[in-house]
Design a protein around this ligand. Structure first.
Ligand code: PLP
Length: 446
């Protein structure tokens, strides 16, 4: 039998530190329940108010979540440096891992030739004085964004989409403020919102993006920011359609109190047109990462928005991290300018399209409904995530439990198709169908 982690401490600070240690060392796994306030207070001979304060502090920092009668639990991915692998069910030895949400490394453009060309032309080292957003990069980004209908007068650069979103939220919101996020939505964003002490309000998503009713409800509940994924929504594959964009723009028009953030992480990989919301509110930002088309290790995203918002983000960065290395900016520019790279990215987008459509068709042929209009993931509603994830793992397939991505949305699993080979499609769909087959009352399949 598993030994329960012993929380210790005689003050709220010591109790919360003890819980944090348990999480950091892995003794308190993701989703494990913490003792009820009164029970722990009695055990530690402190007042319930002391334990309640410790739990409140842990909640504020996004380490735990309290959900009514389910009590207080460790968040699926708390913002302390646990080993990420420990937070997901371990893939069975030899299982095919489709749980990671990564682009296929074989479809990323090679960086070597661009680094070599850069090495030949880099010139003298850049110091503090001449560091900034490279004007050539800003101009190239402006051209690309404007071509997609995004006004891009103001441009800055962040260390990836999530870094940009974090800086935007910090520039406009305070701990305790509410943020409307897609539900289901990107797990990293949900963790970031929790870590920043913000309150997530889940907005339902259909294949056209966040629903109008969901956004209206979130506004009524006091959301101070709204984060929308333009295309290849993670995990459902939704893409904001033309009609949805028009309806959302109408709804958001004249909301001076709302920060609107768009995350176009699919960028050049997307096979559907962009329908931006940019500019619908006075405070807005549009973030486009290079991670998915060009490689997650590049850690760069361009960020545009209204003048005040971009100036806050750029100004705050200047007194902190400073800037995104101009070496990295030059590398991205070199990738953007290279027609051969553009062709590789175009083909990668086509390939993801093909892999995703093949799995969706195979699931449909087996009478199963799954979602995935764009991107590299398929979202498959299931009656019970643990049963589905375990059955698939036993059959040799590792997929991500929907709990990583959900607030109140229905149970599901996420299957990343980015690396799926043609020959794997039917065996995977068969395994999914078997995993979801209803079992008889004695637990055995009829
Ligand atoms: C919705 C979403 N946005 C952005 C990203 C990329 O983020 P970053 O630029 O921080 O690598 C991802 C990657 O999975 C994502 O799923």
């Amino acid at each position: 039998m598993a030994v329960r982690y012993q929380i210790t401490g005689g003050s709220s600070a010591a109790i919360s530190a003890s819980v944090e240690t348990g999480i950091r060392t892995g003794a308190l796994a993701a989703d494990s329940a913490l003792p009820a306030v009164r029970a722990l207070a009695a055990e530690l001979a402190v007042s319930p108010a002391t334990v309640a304060k410790a739990y409140q502090e842990l909640r504020r920092r996004g380490l735990v979540v309290t959900a009514g009668r389910h009590g207080t639990r460790v968040r699926p991915r708390p913002p302390v440096a646990t080993r990420r692998a420990a937070l997901r069910p371990a893939p069975a030895p030899g299982a095919r891992d489709l749980s990671q949400g990564q682009p296929d490394p074989r479809l990323l453009p090679p960086l070597g030739p661009h680094l070599a060309a850069l090495a030949a032309e880099i010139g003298p080292p850049v110091g503090y004085a001449s560091s900034a957003v490279l004007p050539e990069l800003a101009e190239a980004a402006r051209v690309r964004l404007t071509a997609d209908g995004v006004p891009a007068d103001e441009i800055t650069v962040a260390g990836g989409a999530l870094d940009g979103i974090e800086r935007l939220l910090a520039a406009h919101l305070r701990p305790g403020d509410a943020v409307a996020v897609e539900d289901p939505g990107w797990a990293n964003l949900l963790d970031l919102v929790a870590a920043a002490g913000l309150r997530p309000i889940g907005v339902p998503v259909d294949s056209d993006g966040p629903t109008v009713a969901g956004v209206r409800d979130a506004l009524a509940l006091g959301a101070r920011a709204l984060v929308v994924t333009s295309r290849a929504q993670n995990p459902t594959g939704a893409a904001v359609g033309a009609d949805r964009a028009a309806a959302l723009r109408d709804l958001l028009a004249g909301r001076p109190d709302l920060l609107l953030i768009e995350d176009d992480h699919a960028a050049e990989l997307a096979h559907v047109p962009l329908h931006p919301l940019a500019g619908a509110t006075p405070a807005w930002a549009f973030v486009r990462s290079v991670s998915k088309p060009f490689g997650p290790d590049l850690r760069l995203a361009v960020l545009t928005g209204d003048e005040a918002t971009v100036s806050r983000v750029a100004g705050r960065a200047r007194v902190g991290a400073g800037w995104v290395s101009t070496v990295l900016q030059r590398l991205v520019l070199s990738l953007w300018r290279d027609p051969a790279t553009a062709e590789l990215v175009r083909r990668a987008g086509q390939e993801y399209e093909r892999r995703r459509s093949a799995l969706l068709a195979a699931l449909t042929a087996r009478g199963l409904t799954a979602h995935g209009r764009t991107g590299i993931n398929v979202w498959l509603p299931v009656p019970d995530e643990t049963v589905a994830v375990t059955a698939l793992r036993d059959a040799g397939w590792s997929v991500a439990p929907g709990a990583l991505f959900r607030i109140g949305a229905e149970p599901a699993v996420r299957i990343t198709v980015s690396t799926l080979d043609d020959a794997e499609v039917d065996p995977l769909a068969d395994a999914v169908a078997a995993a979801l087959r209803p079992t008889g009352p004695d637990g055995f399949t009829a």
